[in-house]
Every structure is written in C-alpha cells, then in structure tokens.
Design a protein around this ligand. Structure first.
Ligand SMILES: NC(=O)c1ccc[n+]([C@@H]2O[C@H](COP(=O)([O-])OP(=O)(O)OC[C@H]3O[C@@H](n4cnc5c(N)ncnc54)[C@H](O)[C@@H]3O)[C@@H](O)[C@H]2O)c1
Length: 332
C-alpha cells in the first residue's frame, strides 16, 4: 500500500496546472466516449442534521492504464468557524489486475484542483467573441481560490477579479491572498452578489448555499456562469440560460438547481450540451452573446481518479510517499 499525504500531493500538484487541465480534459472526453463506469455518488447524511454530509464517489476510467477507486469526501461547513477547512477527503485506488486497494491518497487537494481545472477548462472552451479579462468570484473559500489559480493558467488575459462573500471578512482576507500571490492582479470587492454578477462576463459561484438564492438577472448578456456550488441559481434563471453540464444523470439529483428545474418542467430539455461532447467536437464552441450560459458540473469521480493516477505516477518517479508492505494479508 502506498500512502500519499497532503505534503506529497502539494509537491506534485503545485505548479502542475497544465498537467491537471490536460488530465481533466482527457477524462471528460473518455467519459463522453463511454470509456467510464460511474455509479451515482452516495450521500451519507445524518439524522436531524441538514448541514453535514459525506459523499462517496466510486469511479472507473478506461484509458491506456485503466484506474478504479473511490473518493470519500466530507463537507462540514461549521468547520470554518473553528478555523478548519469545510471539506476533507481520502481517495482509495484499486488494482485493475487484482481489485486490491493499492494506494491511499489525501483527497481534498486533488478534489479542489480537479474542480478548479474543470471550471477553467469550461471557461477556456465555452468562449466569448471577446476574450474574458476579468472574473467575479461569489463565495471566497477554498474552491474559488483554486478556480482563480486555474483560470490564470487557462486564460492568459485574465487581469481583474471582483469578489463577493456573505462574510465580508472572508472576502477581505481572500483579496489579500490574491494580491500576495498575484501582485499584477486588480482586485475589487463588491457589496452585493448582484454587483459582482454585473461586474464581469465570467462568474464563478462557489458558496455553501443549500437552496436557490440568486438570479442571473444582473448578468450582462454573453456571461458565462460557472455554477460550481450547484444550488445557487433559481429555476427561472436555469430555464433562461444555455445550460452545459458534465453529466445530466448525475447533476439532476440531490436538489441541485437543475434537479429542481427538471422537477418543475418534467424533462431535461433545458440542458443543451455536456462539456465532454463540446471538448470532443473539433469545431470551436461560441457561447451565446444574447443569453447567459451556465456551466453546472456535478463533479465526476472519474476526474478525481484521473488526477489521482497522475499524482501516483509522479510519486513513483519522484519516490514520494510511504509504503506499508504489510497492509494486505499475506496469501497462502
Ligand atoms: N461541482 C463540483 O465539482 C464541486 C467540487 C467541490 C466543491 N464544490 C462546492 O463548492 C462550494 C464551495 O466549496 P469551498 O470548499 O470553497 O467552501 P468554503 O466553505 O471554503 O467557502 C464557501 C464560502 O461561501 C460563502 N458563502 C456561503 N453562502 C454564500 C452566499 N449565499 N453568497 C456568498 N457567499 C456565500 C461562505 O462565507 C464561504 O466563505 C461548496 O458548495 C462545494 O460543495 C463543488
């Protein structure tokens, strides 16, 4: 058994944005071509507790070196008040020869970066006539910081960021981190979510809202909304937008805004495309200039496994991690 902790994973992934973007792109295309097995995520919730959950995401990705395993990720939003991250996770990778578990990885860093890579890939793929030079981030937490980092890697012209968080102190602290990391970036704080939506034609929503609280009315036509937290937008805004998802079967569950929209309309005709099909199409995609485009990725386990495999291969090359030879029982 190979164990890779957060320090090992940072050593491998810090500065590896291009590799992660390519790994995620490839996983989406393989998923589009049917080279994956992806059961629905399992949501473990607790009696009398609406806030906390642990999600299991099993996945198989058929590639030159196929991978299978599971991410087990907890979300405890109250952790923030104690100065701890909301999400924590582990990934188990299984051998495709014997089925045996053979690697155990810290999962929250991989999870945040694959999410950010999927958002940045969508932004670089669902392009506007004029390149996006600014982004508004609604929700100033772990995910949107990674999103900004990946957008900087994927969109070379991105030079300004507008921030909004319900907690103004978190928005201010986030702004300071941005300036320290990217001194050339222009950083502004918005007083309301609507002001942030109107400020840029690229928007990333990564809040912990559990029910719709926001419309896209304030967005300028031609805006792309990266709807990562999945439960922010009202049904009317989903219906008014051009909707791109990662997988319709996955995203129309668990009271996401798209699930609520399907419940209202009775079908999924409001979903126009999957990101995998757009990436697999050699013709460039141009987003509608007269409407708002909404990218809602459920977050597929194959992305975690694909990035975990990249991490494991790199760890082998760099001889990182801890090997526990006696983890599995000795046969015979
Ligand atoms: N789709 C995916 O693949 C994917 C993957 C990972 C995480 N996520 C989602 O991204 C979201 C953010 O995760 P995180 O780790 O950054 O969380 P976090 O707790 O670190 O940060 C969330 C921030 O949102 C703010 N916030 C809460 N409600 C708000 C609102 N209504 N308006 C503005 N700000 C608000 C909070 O104050 C906090 O600063 C979560 O909902 C998580 O489930 C999605």
């Amino acid at each position: 058994m190979l164990i890779l902790g957060a320090e090992d994973i940072h050593q491998i992934l810090d500065g590896a944005e291009k590799n992660v973007l390519e790994t995620v792109r490839r996983a989406y295309v393989l998923h589009d071509r049917g080279h994956t097995a992806l059961p629905h995520s399992v949501f473990l919730r607790f009696p009398h507790d609406q806030r906390n959950r642990i999600i299991g995401l099993p996945a198989y990705l058929g590639d030159e070196t196929p991978v299978a395993g599971v991410k087990w990720i907890a979300s405890f939003p109250g952790n923030l008040a104690a100065g701890l991250p909301r999400a924590s996770a582990a990934i188990i990778m299984n051998s495709m020869a014997t089925g045996a578990p053979e690697a155990f990885l810290e999962g929250s860093v991989i999870s945040a970066r694959r999410t950010a890579a999927s958002a940045a890939l969508a932004a670089a793929t669902l392009t506007a006539r004029k390149p996006d030079t600014g982004v508004s981030l609604v929700g100033c937490g772990v995910i949107n910081f990674e999103v900004l980092s990946y957008l900087r890697a994927a969109l070379p012209e991105l030079a300004t960021v507008t921030l909004f968080d319900l907690d103004r102190d978190r928005a201010r602290a986030f702004a300071e981190r941005c300036t320290a990391r990217w001194p050339d970036l222009t950083v502004a704080l918005a007083d309301t979510a609507e002001e942030a939506l109107a400020a840029q034609r690229l928007v990333s929503l990564a809040t912990t809202a559990s029910a719709p609280h926001l419309t896209t009315d304030a967005c300028r036509p031609g805006t792309l909304v990266l709807h990562l937290s999945l439960r922010d937008l009202t049904v009317d805004s989903i219906l008014a937008g051009v909707n791109v998802v990662d997988d319709a079967d996955h995203v129309c569950r668990e009271s996401t805004s798209l699930h609520l929209t399907e419940q209202r309309t009775g079908d999924r005709a409001f979903i126009q495309a999957s990101i995998g099909s757009v990436l697999a199409d050699p013709a460039p995609y141009r987003r509608a200039e007269d409407r708002v485009t909404v990218f809602s990725p459920f977050g597929l386990g194959v992305l975690d496994l694909a990035v975990a495999e990249f991490v494991r291969r790199t760890a082998d090359t760099l001889t990182l991690g801890t090997r526990v030879p006696g983890f599995l029982p000795v046969s015979g």
